[in-house]
Design a protein around this ligand. Structure first.
Ligand code: GLN
Length: 536
């Protein structure tokens, strides 16, 4: 029988529920359990694909082409599991399916209500995941904070489900904050007591508390929390701020969180083995042999979460080279021809990530021109690849005014444009070219050298494509097409002949990079940046 772990959050948002859930997933997997992780998001959008990074942070794309919450990125990176659309359920998706059912007449005669119809649909979304994968443990992370109005149907569904599953088959892990009040020199447990009380009002009892705290707490604080919140003292976990997020699983096992969870769920398995995680990820991340600075030139660099997977993948590329990567965040809108050298000073490599809309494009083009001319390693991703093509068209191939039709519908040289099928699209949600597709990698190219494979699969999320009309003109000037999607003859990878490392891809390699399996292109890119550092 599948066991369930429901992870909720209280007091404030941004406590790191996603990283906690991913870490629990890794720890249970390391004890030999088959696990999966699901994220429930209480917003009404069907998926985060239509939300701005200001609202939501990165949109994480799965193999099957679902546009999902960035926590699924943590799940994949920590556990190595493959997430799908079913691992991310939003209120919007649930309502959409219930309303469609109502229109089909499947509830004929009934009033369709939050309880039981919406809650039934939520329960079905949770339990069907376990049935599909025959897992031992499903970790279900509930987005938002206990007390949010929009989270109520999800918590009610969980209350019902816990009741139906019976005692010992599910637990609720609640993440809270134990703030330190400087003036009193004290850690305060009251917000945690209130938050657990709020959960109880909804009918949910937390069995484990993960307490985020800046300062280690004493036994008496632990006992006080345990007593007032109805949990065992060993189930009160201190989650101190760590230097590196990849330390969290080790912090949990040190406090025997895995033993506590298994005991509560009535499961038994030998102890965990996190040696590989410790030596190959944590130790290397904390004590790299050397360091390298890489600039990311993007529109949303002031937000922590907008390029999450890119930043993580760069760190993985660092791990593979036993190097720490210092990321220099450069706002594309600030970059001009006049200041580019100054803004990118000290960077041994330049990465231009994906994006939408014309804001910041000219700055990205200036940064790419700088990387190309000064022979600085360059990595372009999705929009970054499209910009590399535009820059090359304008400054090398002599095509003045070249652009993507996304930014200039009347450009004389549409080097990036829409395919016919995309021109017919009217709904913007979920209609991009999405998910993993094969890419044939040309032998003798730098991409091939990095991958060591003739065919790879990479994830996509874009509408516009390289315009094949310009392939020959580009080739004559030294831009090689090093990867194609053969089925539709689409350009997937381009690179420069006379440059130490200049690769740009239409897909998003960052989504497939993991600390234990750094992505080959990120590994090679960071390697090239390190070489640049030692050469200069
Ligand atoms: N805006 C571009 C497109 O839609 C690039 C998208 C991206 O970078 N993810 O094709």
């Amino acid at each position: 029988m599948t066991k369930y772990i429901f992870v909720t959050g209280g007091v404030v948002s941004s406590l790191g529920k996603g990283i906690a859930s991913a870490s629990i997933g890794l720890v249970l997997k390391s004890r030999g359990f088959k696990v999966t992780i699901q994220k429930l998001d209480p917003y009404i959008n069907v998926d985060p694909g239509t939300m701005s990074p200001y609202q939501h942070g990165e949109v994480y794309v799965t193999e099957d082409g679902a546009e999902t919450d960035l926590d699924l990125g943590h799940y994949e990176r920590f556990t190595g599991l493959t997430m799908t659309q079913a691992n991310n359920v939003t209120a919007g998706r649930i309502y959409y399916s219930v309303i469609a059912k109502e229109r089909r007449g499947e509830y004929l005669g009934k009033t369709v209500q939050v309880v039981p119809h919406i809650t039934d649909a939520i329960k079905a979304a949770i339990t069907s995941l376990a049935a599909k994968d025959r897992v031992d443990v499903v970790i279900v992370e509930v987005g938002g904070t206990v007390g949010d109005i929009e989270g109520l149907p999800f918590l009610e569904a969980i209350r019902q489900l816990r009741n139906e599953l019976g005692r010992g088959n599910s637990i609720n892990i609640h993440l809270t904050l134990v703030p330190y009040i400087k003036a009193a020199d004290e850690l305060k447990t009251k917000p945690t007591q209130h938050s657990v009380g709020k959960l109880r009002e909804i009918g949910l009892q937390a069995e484990v508390l993960i307490c985020r705290t800046e300062k280690p707490f004493s036994e008496s604080v632990r006992e006080k929390i345990a007593q007032f919140c109805n949990v065992e003292p060993e189930a009160v976990i201190q989650a101190l701020d760590v230097e590196d997020i990849y330390e969290v699983p080790l912090m949990f096992t040190k406090q025997k969180l895995d033993d506590t969870i298994l005991k509560l769920l009535g499961l038994e398995r030998p102890s965990h083995d996190l040696t590989e995680w410790k030596t190959r990820v944590v130790d290397r991340a904390l004590h790299p042999k050397r360091r390298v600075a890489i600039a990311v030139v993007g529109k949303y660099v002031q937000l922590q979460d907008a390029y999450k997977s890119i930043y993580e993948a760069l760190r993985h590329g660092g791990l593979a080279n036993d190097a720490g990567v210092d990321i220099l965040k450069v706002s594309a809108e600030r970059v001009t021809k006049a200041n580019v050298a100054e803004l990118l000073d000290g960077a041994s490599g330049i990465l231009v990530p994906g994006g939408f809309g014309h804001r910041g494009i000219e700055g990205k083009l200036d940064a790419i021109a700088y990387a190309r001319e000064r022979k600085i390693p360059f990595f372009g991703i999705c929009l970054g690849m499209q910009c590399a093509a535009i820059e090359f068209a304008r400054n090398v191939a002599g095509l003045a005014g070249a652009n993507s039709t996304e930014f200039d519908a009347n450009t004389p040289h549409p080097v990036i444009s829409l395919l016919e099928e995309q021109k017919r699209v009217t709904d913007l949600g979920g209609t991009m070219r999405l998910g993993a597709m094969p890419c044939r990698v040309a032998p003798g190219t730098k991409a091939h050298e990095a991958y060591g494979l003739a065919e790879v699969r990479e994830r996509h999320r874009h509408r516009y494509e390289f315009n094949n009309r310009y392939r020959d003109a580009f080739a004559q000037k030294g831009m090689i097409v090093s990867g194609v999607y053969e089925k539709a003859d689409l350009v997937e990878l381009i690179e420069l002949d006379d440059h130490p490392w200049f690769i740009a891809g239409q897909f998003h390699p960052e989504f497939r990079s993991q600390p234990l399996a750094p992505h080959p292109l990120f590994r090679a890119f960071v390697g090239a940046c390190l070489k640049k550092t030692s050469d200069t």
